[in-house]
Design a protein around this ligand. Structure first.
Ligand SMILES: [Cu+2]
Length: 464
């Protein structure tokens, strides 16, 4: 073979890279690809406890799992496979998404501060990809930005990422190649680095999930990739209520809830029953003196937040995004408002033509929470779910923090609905009927009821 100048440069370049890589990483040591485990179920898998190295309390991923690894000459090796997946978004609906190792989001990567990780990424998508390790401090060439820090991973190819984990905290991974499409299709995963000191920031229960969103038209399976804001599936880990796992906590446990936002809008995450403090962001652990109490923490696009609390209050505490449109499933946003409209007459006329026609929305939309309406295949009701007291009338980004006394360590099974102690539930007034009660005018305060402000004549122009 004639060695052209170009080929010679390529060959010597490749050699130089290989030599320096061997010097820093011992790259020659790995001869075989580690296994790429696959998960078909959307059910929460038990936490993966470390078999060697520093001890830590592993996280649980809502409706997800942690990626197993192998040790190879001091390197912790993982294997991610980017591929099309079928994800159950809630019972009764599946999305044809893209993800990793059989699921969207991909498996959670867990490791320890100081670990050297080697992550193999195999591309089984129909187009090229890369993976960016959001928040990690690493050599620039491992940052995973296609075109800027590396060539793209072509379909069928496997790339290797190697870097030491310089700090503990809350991170995520996602493609930096055709981002808009690949994230709209569900490609993302959580990445937790535990502190080297097992006693630093230790908690008893540690939950993780990603905020993501899809636009899947009723009766279809593939997300629309060009949607910017008008999504109809507001998800935690590619699941919507009532498909999202409960967060089960033993009374008295120290608990942490971590989330990251890879949607196109912010999500104010609100938890009932407690106040809490943000202890970690994707930038690292917050300093104790910088924390303040919250009951809602906003998570902007591309941010991560972790908050902690002592689970001392028993009960079923709602946790949800406080944007009320984000606790709904597949809703049309161009539906007209009919509150206060009397549709009885028109309903009678329509019923002559359409059997069983029902006017809706004239008193609000709560009736939709109870109604069993015929829906296209693979479509979830907009408002759904039943609790012990009736319809819940929500969907989307909602779950329940279930705090119970006497749970076993690492028991995350749903304990059922909370048994409220007698006399502690809001109850119906059974005294005299108040609907006819006289409406009393507010007593006079003595202050003038209205202050007249005289509009000033606009002076206009400059004043000299
Ligand atoms: Cu939201």
């Amino acid at each position: 073979m004639k060695l052209t100048r170009r080929r010679f440069l390529e060959a010597s370049g490749a050699l130089a890279t290989a030599v320096s890589a061997t010097a820093v990483s011992g790259r020659a040591a790995h001869a075989s690809l580690p296994e790429a485990p696959i998960q078909k179920s959307p059910a929460m898998q038990p936490p993966l406890f470390p078999k060697e190295g520093p001890d830590y309390q592993p996280v649980v991923t809502l409706n997800g799992w942690t990626l197993p690894w192998r040790m190879n000459n001091g390197w912790k090796e993982f294997h991610l496979v980017a591929e099309p997946v079928e994800r159950e978004i809630a019972p009764g609906m599946k999305g044809h998404l893209w993800g990793y190792n059989g699921q969207s989001p991909g498996p959670t990567i867990e490791a320890v501060e100081g670990d050297k990780v080697r992550i193999f990424v195999t591309n089984k998508l129909p187009e090229h990809t890369t993976i960016h390790w959001h928040g990690q401090i690493l050599p620039c060439g491992m940052d995973g930005v296609g075109g800027i820090t590396q060539p793209h991973i072509k379909p069928g190819k496997t790339f290797v990422y190697e870097f030491p984990l310089t700090k503990s905290g809350t991170f995520m991974y996602h493609p930096h190649a055709d981002e808009m499409v690949q994230m709209a299709m569900g490609m993302m995963g959580f990445f937790v680095v535990h502190p080297k000191d097992p006693n630093f920031m230790r908690v008893d229960r540690d939950f993780v999930f990603l905020l993501n969103a899809f636009d899947i038209a009723p009766g279809t399976y593939v997300p629309k990739i060009n949607t910017m804001l008008d999504f109809n599936m507001w998800c935690w880990n590619s699941r919507v209520f009532p498909g999202i796992d409960n967060l089960v906590i033993n009374k008295g446990d120290r608990a942490r809830i971590r989330f990251g936002n890879l949607t196109m809008t912010n999500h104010p995450i609100h938890m009932h029953g407690y106040d809490f403090e943000v202890t970690c962001t994707d930038g690292g652990w917050t300093k104790p003196g910088s924390r303040w109490p919250e009951v809602t923490v906003d998570c902007a696009v591309g941010q991560m937040r972790a908050f902690e609390f002592d689970a001392v209050h028993e009960g079923d505490w709602a946790i949800h995004c406080h944007k009320s449109h984000h606790t709904m499933n597949a809703m049309g946003h161009d539906v007209k408002t009919y509150i206060g409209v009397d549709k009885r007459e028109v309903a009678t006329k329509i019923r002559r033509l359409v059997d069983g026609y029902m006017p809706m929305g004239t008193a609000g939309m709560a009736d939709m929470g109870e109604m069993e309406m015929p829906l296209p295949d693979n479509t979830l009701p907009m408002m759904t779910g039943f609790g012990q007291f009736g319809p819940i009338e929500m969907g989307g980004m909602l779950s329940v923090v279930k705090v119970r006394a006497g749970l076993e360590r690492n028991d995350y099974k749903d304990p059922g609905w909370y048994k409220h102690p007698p006399g502690t539930v809001s109850y119906e007034w059974k005294g005299p009927n108040l609907t006819d009660a006289t409406r009393v005018r507010q007593p006079e305060s003595g202050m003038p009821t209205q202050v007249r402000v005289r509009a000033r004549k606009p002076t206009g122009g400059h004043q000299h």
